[in-house]
Design a protein around this ligand. Sequence first.
Ligand code: PSU
Ligand code: MN
Length: 307
Amino acid sequence: MHKNDYLLIHPEVASAIKEGRAVVALESTIISHGMPWPQNVATAREVENIVRENGAVPATIAILDGKCCVGLNDQQLDYLGQTQGVWKVSLRDMPYVISQKIPGATTVAATMRIASMAGIRIFVTGGIGGVHRGAENSMDISADLTEMAHTNVAVLSAGVKSILDIGLTLEYLETLGIPVVTYGQDAFPSFYSQESGYTSPLRLDDAEAIAGLLKAKWDLSLEGSVLIANPVPKAMEVPHDKMEKTIVEALKEADNQGIKGKLVTPFLLKRIAELSGGESLAANIALIKNNAALGGRIAFALSSVSK
Ligand code: PSU
Ligand code: MN
């Protein structure tokens, strides 16, 4: 079997790709493991609509029935949002869930790889995985980063969540040759907050300029991703100090309970949402919608300059 035989591309997405129209990939771990039901499914639908309003076709990616599905219907989104036990699929899990026909929600790493197989260049998410705090002992570094080193799909996020070591994550991105560009400000954002204490390595102020950077990178055969950081809207920001207390508490609990490996990130995301009440969830929803709008515009600009 050829690798494309494992792809199941929604007809609307397939024709958009074929005609060189703008398409935005979306991940599904955020649906199954990143947000509670029913906000997860409602947000996934709204995000798809926002991508459309900004000139691109949305393609939410997941693994179902042994296929890498690119573009999901309502029923599939509901299933991923409501079913217990959907696998969290990073790269290393793909052969297992595909051959065993286990339903899987894809992380940034797996979503990027499948998007690339389908010919999609722009991918919108909330937050990426990175170098965890304490990685000097745990060696916990997300496969999202290594995947970004060689797959030509740009990733748009609200920066890096401070459950991670933001400084080390930026260093690691530099080592891998991944450009990090923040939209519209000098500060590198930290998901819930517009700031992180770090300056962004690069800054660009409009979607066309970002599309131009992507085109130049890939025209030059500089393989790999670009991290596009889009700050959370000011009105929805949760102050850094407040978030830090919650994060430290969640990290302590994870440590006490011996949470390891692939369970770390989902555990932290869930505990942070619980400990901080509705505020962090509202910010999470606002920033992913904000990312969908910018991602749609960048995908549209990239399709225009690529013709
Ligand atoms: N960070 C977030 N929200 C998320 C994730 C990370 O703020 O939903 C999810 C993404 O799917 C990401 C994955 O790819 O967690 C990273 O998991 P790990 O750290 O186990 O590689
Ligand atoms: Mn990890």
